[in-house]
Design a protein around this ligand. Structure first.
Ligand code: 5CA
Ligand code: ZN
Length: 414
């Protein structure tokens, strides 16, 4: 599918700022620790995309923004970034919503994906190099299920194909959960633990035989459609290979989604690990509940934009929270972000200011330490306050350098 258009990313050394040096450290869910990422010349990242049955809400935006920071920090360190994202453009919730509103499921998906692209563009989120829909990925998915079948890592229940989790000795390493913790999450997040005929309640659906009234595609295992986890597993391995640097998403994807995806990939290829780090953003809530399409308690990015909110203020409101925190959205946070944006813009428009080098250094070190965006914002705040208090400063290059650093590292255009 088409990705979206890339904003310009300034190169900070070109503006006279020194090169970045601190390697990016990120929290890995499986090991529970913060570790340095060690990408080669090209850093490789897969981030799970939306299921396009409703508009992008602030929870989604927060998750994509976290991985946008990863992308920006790697680029600032001189890496090329190979970034892949999917869109789950055929799955139960999409088909159910299409049925409910009497719209063709393809038209619904297409419309919501376009709205997502527009939201991501407005928020200046760098686009993936490959943006891949589940439907267009069916040949890769079928190939992965065939590889699993060749390794005797599939079985059938009434025409549906399952993956036995026992096939992967590393099962559990992605989420770091034990079976007691896995069971309720599996049931809650799209699994079918109680289905008669399964060998293990946790076994995951790879291919679902066509149901009446639903779409289906030809395959060596009959006409049907892919399970959810194998979609991301197949797409990531196809474009990035194994042992890519970061697999990302919200914390609700650690189990079962990323756990199963890794198990599929590891068994199908005979290599491990699927990703070197599994990185998860916290959940954004509203009124005491996780923001979710099924709960309907959503604040949409597109709605805020329609109301005239500056997307850079939305970006700053999200950056004010650490990406791994779970937090509640309130309108007051947007007001605070608008005030911050106005201060930054006023300071960056002055003819001079305090030197930018230490500020860029502080922003870089904050982001390199597991994406501490709140600390990065505080560094720019103190520069802006000094510049405004003094009506400028000794360095005529500083405002332009601060604008470049805010743009390149934080994605905030001043
Ligand atoms: N299509 C699948 C992934 S393959 C999916 O989970 N789609 S989604 O539309 O439900 O979510 C898209 C991304 O936003 C996922 O990474 C998910 O973890 C994240 N997300 C969903 N709700 C929230 C929330 N309330 N706060 C933060 N992130 C969220
Ligand atoms: Zn996914």
């Amino acid at each position: 599918m088409r990705s979206w258009s890339a904003p310009e990313v300034p190169s900070l050394p070109d503006t006279g700022l020194p090169r970045a040096a601190d390697p990016l450290r990120l929290h890995d869910t499986g090991t529970g620790g913060v570790r340095p990422t060690e990408p080669g010349a090209t850093a490789r990242m897969y981030v799970c995309g939306i299921t396009p049955y409703d508009a992008t809400h602030l929870g989604h935006a927060n998750t994509y923004l976290a991985f946008d920071l990863v992308n920006r920090v790697w680029r600032d360190l001189g890496h090329r970034v190979h970034y892949v994202q999917n869109a789950t453009d055929v799955d139960d919730p999409l088909l159910e919503r299409a049925e409910q509103i009497g719209e063709d499921w393809r038209a619904l998906a297409e419309r919501e994906i376009q709205l997502f692209r527009d939201d991501m563009t407005a928020l200046r989120i760098l686009p993936p190099d490959q943006y891949v829909g589940a439907v267009e990925a069916i040949p890769m998915i079928v190939q992965m299920v065939e590889k699993l079948r060749a390794k005797d890592a599939t079985y059938e229940v009434d025409g549906d194909v399952y993956f036995p989790v026992a096939a992967d000795p590393g099962f559990g390493e992605v989420s770091g959960l034990d079976r007691a913790a896995m069971a309720p999450l599996f049931a809650e997040r799209g699994g079918d633990p109680g289905r008669p005929g399964k060998r293990d309640p946790l076994d995951a659906l790879l291919w679902m035989a066509r149901r009446p009234g639903e779409p289906g595609w030809d395959s060596p295992f009959g006409v049907g459609r892919p399970g959810w986890h194998v979609e991301c597993s197949a797409i990531s391995v196809e474009y990035l290979g194994m042992a890519f640097d970061v697999e990302g998403g919200g914390s609700d994807l650690a189990f079962p989604h990323h756990e199963m995806g890794a198990a599929h990939a590891q068994v199908a290829t005979g290599e491990r690990p699927h990703a070197k780090a599994y990185v998860h953003a916290g959940m954004v809530g509203l009124d005491g509940e996780k923001m979710s399409k099924s709960r309907g308690n959503l604040v949409f990015v597109s709605r805020l934009r329609e109301e005239g909110t500056d997307p850079m203020a939305i970006r700053l409101a999200l950056l004010a929270r650490h990406y791994r925190a779970d937090w509640e959205w309130t309108p007051a946070q947007l007001e605070a972000a608008e005030a911050r944006l106005a201060r930054w813009r006023a300071a960056a428009a002055l003819p001079s200011g305090p030197p930018a080098e230490p500020v860029a250094g502080d922003v870089r070190s904050a982001l390199a330490a597991d994406l501490d965006a709140p600390a990065a914002l505080a560094a720019v705040d103190s520069w802006a306050e000094r510049a405004l208090a003094e009506g400028g400063g000794p360095d005529a290059e500083a405002p332009a350098r601060i604008r470049a650093a805010a743009d390149a590292l934080l994605g905030v255009a001043l």
